[in-house]
Ligand binder design. Structure first.
Ligand code: SF4
Length: 165
């Protein structure tokens, strides 16, 4: 059975920087869970970051630029957490490779998990187009990443994957 990678906070796990979760209620998610398809990760916590932790944003680009070495991930208080974000992305990729996962649903606008938007690095609540570090790494390895707002598209991609069932 094809599995799908899911941001742990979307199932309500309290792993976000502020100690909260998101708990998206959706029939597709519920079906995936009942089918045993879901593999959860939290790249930041998996990399050893604390709960709660300071908010972080990418400065100088997006997740692709972080992987290329031309952007950094900064905490609001000035801490540099680029290496932890890269490590979290690598752990998420390893989970995909372990389970043969080709489709992921990750939380929009996160500096790790965003797939269409991220915060712009000024810690002022403004978003820009771009992807998070984990999304950048998964995409570079051919994994399709969708946000929680595109679950129907993710479900279609899952069913269109090689050997889908
Ligand atoms: Fe959720 Fe991803 Fe942030 Fe973890 S890193 S709390 S899974 S958005």
């Amino acid at each position: 059975m094809n599995k799908v990678l899911l941001s742990a906070c979307l199932l309500g796990r309290r792993v976000r920087y502020d100690g909260g979760g998101l708990a998206v209620a959706d029939d597709i998610l519920a079906r995936w869970q009942s089918e045993g398809r879901v593999v959860t990760v939290c790249p930041e916590v998996d990399a050893g970051m604390a709960i709660p932790r300071p908010p972080a944003e990418i400065q100088g680009g997006d997740g692709r630029d972080v992987l290329a070495g031309s952007a950094t991930v900064m905490e609001r208080d000035g801490g540099v957490v680029t290496d932890a974000f890269r490590r979290g992305a690598e752990l998420a990729l390893a989970a995909c490779q372990r389970h043969g996962i080709r489709v992921a649903v990750l939380t929009e606008s996160s500096p790790s998990c965003g797939s269409q938007t991220i915060y712009d690095g000024r810690f002022a609540g403004h978003k820009r187009d771009g992807v998070g570090v984990t999304t950048a790494l998964l995409t570079a390895h051919g994994i399709q990443v969708f946000s929680q707002h595109r679950l129907a598209e993710a479900d279609a991609a899952l069913r269109a994957s090689p050997g889908a069932r």
